[in-house]
Design a protein around this ligand. Structure first.
Ligand code: COI
Length: 355
């Protein structure tokens, strides 16, 4: 397989950004991980090298047929000076599930996790420590064969890049406004909605642009068959507090199986709250908003963490949730999850891994 990991350290460290103004995904660290695949040889040439552009042939299949997948994960700097990864094995498991769906050869999860740890150690001075900041980790794989035939590539590149980040949304921790998309759909069961592949995101951009134009931050997707079940936001899974229960759409085959979603369900249940995973229609949400029982809404994701939703726009009307303020249960989940990720409280779930 990939053999030994080689490390080539940069001689020119870049200046660090101001951690008070990181926003999301703007700055990249000094190094990156790369590994190549060739049919017959398997994954090979695993190395950490100075961060920089990669030469690509214009005929590479990824440019034409979108054979590519990615992951999103984070490392956190604790007050104790330790750097922690959050459930990294789950991300690499999902990486391989996405690979299978997209006909990309699977990686050796434990080898790549070890390589990621080496990469973070080399770039540890880039891990921000201010509250609300973290080191975003983007593993991805692309089809590199130079051939215009629409069939699985015979060669691939897998890479990991790192980016110090703050809040994903410009609103920071303030509630976002989301718009229910009624024309386009993001994914259908049997398609690739469950895989973390570029096409799902590309397909959402037109609706996203329209939503932005109307003053919303994100699109809330409905299912592609009945056009009535709430699915996800694209950058996050969604949760609703209806009275004294929390409801989140069940995984339908077209919703991303979020690791923050799963962690939130476990943590909310641990708080003693009732969490239901079930199909949720937009009509019932609208009715619950009208009768005052839709008390809170929030999204979860690696980049989005736990993001309160203050308003939903649907079919020309809008409904405010919790008076447009961050709800009590949302705040508690955000505080406790981020404290656990940063090592500020005991990790009773065994989710963090000090590197
Ligand atoms: C993540 O949360 O890690 C994602 O991959 C979502 C992306 C839109 C930033």
């Amino acid at each position: 397989m990939q053999g030994e990991l080689k490390i080539q350290e940069t001689t020119q460290r870049k200046p660090k950004p101001d951690t008070a103004n990181l926003s999301f995904g703007v700055y990249m660290t000094d190094h990156m991980f790369t590994m190549d695949y060739k049919k017959g040889e398997g994954w090979h040439d695993a190395k950490i090298v100075p961060y920089g552009p990669i030469p690509m042939d214009p005929a590479a299949k990824v440019f034409h047929y979108g054979q590519t997948i990615f992951e999103g994960m984070k490392a956190y700097m604790g007050e104790d000076g330790d750097i922690r990864l959050f459930r990294p094995e789950k991300n690499f498991e999902r990486f391989n599930r996405s690979c299978r769906r997209m006909s990309i050869p699977e990686i050796d999860e434990s080898f790549v996790l070890q390589a990621l740890k080496e990469l973070i150690k080399l770039d540890r001075s880039w891990v921000p420590s201010a509250p609300g900041t973290s080191l975003y980790i983007r593993p991805f794989a692309i089809a590199t064969e130079n051939h215009l035939g629409a069939n699985p590539s015979l060669s691939y590149k897998m890479m990991i890049i790192l980016s110090p980040v703050g809040a994903y949304y410009a609103e920071g921790l303030n509630p976002v406004r989301i718009h229910v998309e009624t024309r386009d759909v993001r994914a259908v069961a049997g398609g690739v909605g469950e895989a973390k592949t570029a096409g799902n995101y590309a397909a959402s951009m037109q609706a996203q642009e329209n939503a932005y134009g109307a003053g919303y931050s994100q699109v809330l997707w409905l299912d592609g068959v009945h056009r009535k079940y709430v699915e996800e936001v694209g950058s996050m899974n969604v949760f609703f507090r209806i009275g004294d229960r929390i409801v989140t759409p069940s995984l339908s085959g077209s919703i991303l199986n979020g690791i923050t979603r799963d962690s939130s369900i476990q943590m909310l249940r641990d708080f003693g709250f009732e969490v239901e995973e079930r199909p949720v229609t937009i009509d019932e949400l609208s009715a619950f908003a009208e009768d005052g029982t839709l008390l809170e809404a929030f999204g979860t994701g690696t980049a989005a963490v736990v993001s309160p939703i203050g308003e939903i726009g649907w079919n020309g009307k809008t409904f405010k949730i919790g008076g447009g303020e961050t709800g009590e249960w949302t705040r508690r989940l955000y505080d406790e999850l981020t404290a656990l990720q940063r090592g500020d409280i005991e990790d009773r779930f065994g989710w963090t891994e000090v590197i």
